[in-house]
Design a binder for this molecule. Structure first.
Ligand code: F1P
Length: 342
């Protein structure tokens, strides 16, 4: 079996391991840091890990009230004044599946040299990596991958950060603990939708639309489709689309809405503008959505922020199926390496 497919399908098991991991493995000390009420949080990573940082920043801000920002790792050492405006009140969160990515290590070196007292929380899936060796690092080896592209590593590092940020909020943690079961229940439908839509997304351009915590998910979905299937795709905020980008939507376009409860009332208006342009419209939503070509249902009765992780598996499977339609090997994405070392 494909290592990429195996890792995607393994997520309910790896999520359960992350949820069950002892506090020390998932950041006991980090929990204390995030509890500081004067802190602002700057998260950084590269590629998929940068998109993870975006969704994690929204989650931390929503769950703790702390101002949180996600930046590419390179901006920590190349544009520090703009990304670290208040270093004395900042906690840094370094995210890297491999724990070896050059820009992440350069960012850490910059912080050590210029802000040695700034707390740094490192999260990685690779034991023995430079990130894993940092004090109080969060290491999730059960979520590491043989594949080039990130799938379970993304969702498990994201889940670990959400568990950290939900400290003391029992109802929220209970919702997060249900995620493996929700994935098990939905997996057959996710696989069916991915198989059905694999050729659709290869017809023309694809746009993923996500708001707030789901914007990083939309960016990650577009990167998966680009990495595995070499497809023409992009991501945007659902209400931003009509401020220009919609001009490129045609009858060969696919638009996938990663809908939450927050933006539900704006959906009909957006859908009619997409329909006028003849686009194929898919939606992943925790409620019925009329007038779309394909709906993937997610469980309702959850906070949008808790449900975030459930959007990823179907989007990962869609990129996998699109790669097969394109005659490409998802395990060997063109010109990509698992770790970028400059
Ligand atoms: C970051 C990354 C991945 C990308 C590719 C190259 O890796 O950019 O997001 O898919 O594998 O590396 P990491 O810093 O999270 O190990």
């Amino acid at each position: 079996m494909s290592s990429t497919l195996d890792e995607i399908l393994n997520q309910s098991r790896s999520w359960s391991e992350t949820i069950a991991a002892p506090e020390t493995a998932t950041g006991g000390a980090a929990r204390q840091l995030l509890a500081r009420d004067d802190a602002r949080i700057v998260l950084f990573g590269c590629g998929s890990s940068y998109h993870l940082a975006k969704s994690a920043a929204h989650s931390i801000a929503e769950l703790t009230g702390r101002p949180s920002q996600a930046v590419p790792a390179s901006e920590v050492f190349l544009s520090p004044a703009s990304v670290l405006p208040d270093p004395k009140s900042t906690i840094a969160v370094a995210i890297s599946r491999s724990g070896f990515t050059t820009e992440v290590l350069l960012a850490l070196e910059y912080l050590k040299a210029h802000h040695p007292s700034m707390p740094v929380i490192a999260i990685t899936c690779r034991a023995g990596s430079p990130l894993a060796k940092l004090d109080d690092a969060i290491v999730l080896p059960w979520a590491d991958e043989a594949s080039v592209v990130m799938t379970q590593s993304w969702t498990n590092m994201f889940l670990a950060i959400q568990l950290l940020a939900s400290s003391g909020r029992r109802a929220l943690r209970d919702q997060l603990r249900q995620m493996p079961e929700f994935l098990e229940r939905g997996l057959d439908a996710f696989r069916g939708a991915a198989r059905d839509l694999g050729s659709q997304v290869m017809r023309g351009d694809t746009t993923y639309l996500g708001l707030g915590v789901r914007r990083g998910v939309a960016d990650e979905a577009a990167l998966k489709l680009r990495e595995m299937a070499q497809a023409n795709c992009q991501a945007d905020n659902p209400l931003e689309l009509r401020h220009g980008p919609i001009s490129t939507i045609t009858r060969d376009s696919t638009v996938c809405l990663l809908m939450g409860d927050a933006e539900r009332e704006y959906l009909p208006d957006l859908l009619s503008s997409l329909r006028e342009r003849g686009a194929f419209v898919g939606a992943i939503a925790p409620y019925p959505v009329a007038d779309v070509d394909r709906l993937v249902s997610l469980p309702d009765g959850l906070l949008d922020v808790s449900r975030t992780i459930l959007y990823l598996p179907v989007l990962q499977l869609l990129a996998y199926e699109a790669a097969l339609v394109a005659g490409l090997d998802p395990d060997r994405p063109r010109t990509l390496d698992q770790v970028v070392v400059l």
